[in-house]
Design a protein around this ligand. Structure first.
Ligand SMILES: NC(=O)c1ccc[n+]([C@@H]2O[C@H](COP(=O)([O-])OP(=O)(O)OC[C@H]3O[C@@H](n4cnc5c(N)ncnc54)[C@H](OP(=O)(O)O)[C@@H]3O)[C@@H](O)[C@H]2O)c1
Length: 253
């Protein structure tokens, strides 16, 4: 059974305060699903709580094993095992050659982009194993399979996420739970702005807005299933990728 076939799917999303996560919230809610999300920006989480009181939004730092554990216990008690877990939260380093990246900046990227993903898996996967169902989607990038100079920490963390995705897919296959890497393509978010800074802000408008992207991505995500486990799937991959940007193809984040 595909997840899109279900009337109300329980969905957990990390990083819902802006960007792709925020746009996915609107689209999943619009389609009638039950959404639980987290992020660190309290004001944005409060705004979501007001906007969607029947859903569940909390201030959680995914880099904190203890905060993720408490969040998972609360959600599993309230809704049971999630059907879909979206490991979307991530950070992007300021462009720099590797020798100029500070210890703190490198550690922060590992804490959020790698350990954050693992914290969520550690605390949600057992309930999904128990129900023998569910899909875990780890947000990757072109830079989960490619590299770009000055982007060392981000590339390293996304390569790690794809490796963990493939390992976990093997571990969970016998339990009926799928684990899939997702390359969203390029979308006009704060992360893209950070990447393009210095290249001219006007380029932002070449790409889909988060809401335009979510209208394509959410139905795509809801169709993913065990047949996709261990794979890297592309929301805006060629040949459709170029038609989904406004003007031209560029490299991916
Ligand atoms: N935009 C693109 O073109 C693009 C391309 C390829 C891949 N991606 C991937 O797509 C995903 C979403 O990217 P985006 O462009 O939407 O980024 P974004 O606009 O920077 O949003 C990132 C989200 O993650 C949250 N977050 C960051 N650190 C967190 C933490 N420690 N705990 C909880 N939440 C945290 C942020 O919220 P707070 O700051 O409030 O915590 C925010 O809601 C990322 O995995 C990114 O690598 C994006």
């Amino acid at each position: 059974m595909r997840f899109g076939d279900l009337q109300r799917t329980t969905i957990v999303i990390t990083g819902v305060t802006r960007g792709l996560g925020r746009a996915m919230v609107d689209e999943f809610v619009r389609l009638g699903h039950i959404v639980s999300g987290c992020g660190r920006t309290k004001s944005e989480i409060e705004r979501l709580v007001q906007l969607y009181p029947e859903h569940d939004f909390q201030v959680v730092d995914v880099a904190s094993h203890l905060q993720v554990r408490a969040w998972a216990e609360h959600l599993i008690e309230k809704h049971g095992a999630p059907r879909l877990v979206l490991n979307n939260a991530a950070v992007l380093n300021a462009k720099a050659p590797l020798w100029e990246v500070s210890d703190q900046d490198f550690s922060n990227e590992i804490e959020v982009n790698i350990k954050g993903v693992v914290n969520v898996i550690r605390h949600f996967a057992p309930s999904m194993i128990g129900r023998r169902r569910g899909v875990i989607i780890n947000f990757c990038s072109r830079w989960a399979v490619d590299v770009e100079k000055l982007m060392g920490p981000y590339c390293a963390t996304k390569w790690a996420v794809i490796a963990l995705t493939r390992v976990l897919a093997q571990e969970l296959q016998e339990h009926g739970v799928a684990v899939i890497g997702l390359n969203p393509g390029i979308v006009q978010t704060a992360m893209l702005k950070r990447y393009l800074s210095g290249n001219g802000a006007a380029e932002m408008s070449d790409y889909l807005t988060p809401n335009e992207w979510a209208a394509i991505a959410v139905p795509f995500i809801l169709r993913l299933s065990l047949k996709d486990t261990g794979k890297l799937r592309h929301v805006l991959a060629p040949p459709t990728y170029s038609t989904c940007t406004r003007t031209r193809e560029r490299s991916y984040l």
